[in-house]
Ligand binder design. Sequence first.
Ligand code: FAD
Length: 383
Amino acid sequence: MNLELTDEQEAVRRLARDFVRREVTPYAAAWDRAEEVDRGIVKKLGEVGFLGLTIDEEYGGSGGDHLAYCLVTEELGRGDSSVRGIVSVSLGLVAKTIAAWGTEEQKRTWLPGLTSGAYVGCFGLTEPGTGSDAGNLATRAVRDGDEYVIDGSKMFITNGTWADVVLLFARSTDAPGHKGVSAFLVPTDTAGLTRRAVHGKLGLRGQATAELVFDGVRVPASAMLGEEGKGFSVAMSALAKGRMSVAAGCVGIAQAALDAAVAYAGEREQFGKPIAGHQLVQELISDIAVDVDAARLLTWRVADLIDRGKPFAVESSKAKLFASEAAVRAANNALQVFGGYGYIDEYPAGKLLRDARVMTLYEGTSQIQKLVIGRALTGISAF
Ligand code: FAD
């Protein structure tokens, strides 16, 4: 792998840095306090092409490779993880999955809107009773003539209250385990679908997270994404790439923690000199720096594998596992550098730590990533 960025990748990174400096960083703390990102950001993300990365121009995408996608995701995560998550889900989990599995009609119906920011997408897998054991879904889609009738509920759905379309996973046959699961594209204005915002989150407070309830929701059979019974494969293929995107967002958090810790340690004086001159403070800072680099390299490796058409799912689990735990460590170390000021929200470390914490939970907890990696190494599934 060539670790030097191409001119194009450098240009995309500069564009993302500039965008985040103008449109995200100045507002991130206020959005966090208000528990709502300004929805206008979606249109702006679309205009600058960040919601169409890796998607063909034919469908409104802005092209580019997965490393460019990681660079943008890192910069967004460095500015505000709530904004980063909008892209990771609407583009990463929904648009990219439609591009990979959709019929021509599904691509033409949804991709131009999702890539321009006219539409927002959400990914409906988790249920109130089903999280890690994601194939064991209770939501049902029953065939009725040319339609499916969907009943059930989905929990913790990122972009949920904003979304125009749900990529929904439901059991549509009696085949055992995940073999009975199918994927559907459900417009959120369909009768019988209601949404309730989830408030009081520890982090990602600006993000629109929702519970979705399906009560006799009817969709045409053409709304199925991929074949009947292949929905679990659709979900897992989305999450394999999604984990790279989460990892890139975590690199952004860790980089922001490093930036903040170095700046503060240089300004704050104790015992007659900047705290940056105390060895144990340098230890905190150097630990963050190593975490940033290691997480970034693992993440870039996944992007490189995808771009070269190689298997990447296990590497993606490794990157997500390491980067999410590293982001928590990095933000916690930064908070320590800030001392008591780290504990109040006028300073950035507390938000970074709160935002980092969920990364070890969603798109597969750290324990689930270890089971994926362990299965690949031993050949034995311990799920
Ligand atoms: P559980 O599965 O109940 O796990 C509880 C604990 O048990 C964890 O520590 C877990 O690691 C452990 N555990 C479970 N099984 C095993 C095992 N076999 N071996 C060892 N340990 C095990 N979901 C979506 O579908 N779409 C979204 O957009 C989305 N966004 C989210 C946003 C936020 C802010 C949050 C908090 C969650 C989101 N989720 C979303 C859901 C998320 O993916 C789940 O919370 C996650 O998969 C864990 O499921 P759970 O919460 O039910 O925990």
